[in-house]
Design a protein around this ligand. Structure first.
Ligand SMILES: Cc1ncc(COP(=O)(O)O)c(C=O)c1O
Length: 380
């Protein structure tokens, strides 16, 4: 394709856009069951548009949005047991994990990153980028980091340990308190990119079981946490938050930025989206804890319903869901996934154990579950 010498009329461009739009699968179609993102709340979208032009990479021009960023971090710090947490709003869990890992490496003489095998692949990406040494740890029968194996792997070369509060594939929560007890001063980072907007509300409603222990800053050894408003925070993309307990993370990445309004730049990205920051701020203020409890309760109800419907067609769960994510044993998940795509349904898979995976996000309803299950019944 070439750019025209003389531009097209908007109506002609709109026709082109419609062609592209038709190829996308919208969350509202009721056909997406494998995504950790969702259609944002209407109000989040409206606020995003209103604040989209400020660039947080040049904060002197958007002092208001910068202040909202600090408010988002302190609201989340408060929710996660440490209201004096510092940090920033980045593009998502990947950037937050890369940044946390850079900071841990910067503050340590070691290069080893110890993590459960269930860790999100963004950690492996960061290991490549940062030249760190991967130390994977196996899982216990509840798909949580095996602490006996962990203990044998911590040594003086460890720069950090990563625990996950809401694993991507199964939604398991690592035993963060036990991990913290073993960490002995090694930086402990908790990846709650998905779980961070679910677990606090499950706890508030008394909906967790004994597979979920304390996982946030209430555990003394937790040094940093990442959590994404653009997943279960119901906010707009791109928004992922990185929170630190000690030592402002701004100092670790700082470089001079002489032509901008602040003397130093502190984040991996230069120009930074701020519509999503305002959107996360506004939605947290608007929904409050009660609003998020309602959302999580609805998603958990639909997860239970999905579980029941799939058991009716002969599938069995890999584990009882902890969060709004559930997987079912199947010897050939890839084949089933492909067949479902050919019928217009987007489900996901787990490799180990082989399983079909479903994320029950806010856009998933009982009606859409019924339609998907009917198709899945024919496919399997
Ligand atoms: C636990 C966890 N961490 C990190 C990420 C990466 O987040 P993002 O895709 O927003 O960069 C994900 C994505 O699903 C995740 O589930």
């Amino acid at each position: 394709m070439k750019m025209e010498k003389k531009g097209l009329a908007r109506s002609d461009v709109d026709a082109l856009l419609s062609g592209f739009e038709e190829k996308n699968i919208s969350f509202g179609s009721g056909r997406v069951f494998g995504s950790m993102c969702t259609a944002p709340h209407d109000y989040a979208l409206e606020v995003h548009q209103r604040f989209h032009e400020s660039n947080l990479g040049n904060p002197g021009l958007c002092a208001g949005t910068s202040e909202m960023e600090r408010c988002v971090i302190s609201m989340l710090g408060d929710l996660m047991g440490y209201r004096d947490a510092t940090g920033y709003v980045l593009s998502g869990g990947t950037e937050a994990n890369i940044t946390a890992m850079y900071i841990a490496k910067n503050r340590s003489s070691g290069k080893k990153v110890i993590f459960p095998r269930s860790v999100h692949f963004s950690v492996l990406k960061a290991i490549k980028l940062l030249g760190m040494d991967p130390v994977p740890v196996g899982l216990d029968e509840d798909f949580r980091m095996d602490t006996a194996e962990l203990e044998s792997k911590i040594d003086k070369d460890a720069a950090m340990i990563i625990g996950v509060a809401g694993t991507t594939e199964l939604g398991a929560v690592d035993p963060i308190r036990e991990i913290s007890d073993m960490a002995e001063g090694v930086h402990l980072h908790v990846d709650s990119a998905f779980g961070g907007f679910v677990l606090p509300f499950l706890e508030e409603m008394g909906m967790t079981d004994d597979r979920v222990g304390p996982w946030d800053f209430r555990v003394k050894g937790v040094g940093s946490i990442c959590v994404d408003p653009h997943k279960m925070g119901w906010s707009t993309i791109p928004a992922g938050c990185l929170l630190f307990r000690e030592g402002h993370p701004f100092n670790d990445l700082a470089v001079g930025s002489p032509y901008l309004t602040s003397p130093k730049a502190y984040t991996l990205a230069g120009t930074r989206n701020s519509g999503a920051v305002a959107s996360a701020f506004a939605l947290m203020k608007h929904l409050g804890r009660e609003g998020y409890c309602d959302l999580v309760r609805r998603c958990m109800g639909n997860t239970k319903y999905l579980g029941k419907r799939l058991e009716e067609i002969g599938l069995s769960k890999v584990m009882e869901p902890v969060m709004n994510l559930v997987a079912f044993h199947h010897p050939h998940p890839e084949r089933v996934q492909k067949a479902m795509v050919s019928k217009g349904f987007y489900i996901s898979k787990v490799c180990d154990p082989p399983a079909l995976r479903f994320v029950v996000m806010p856009h998933v309803t009982k009606d859409s579950i019924d339609r998907m299950v009917e198709t899945l019944r024919h496919v399997i």
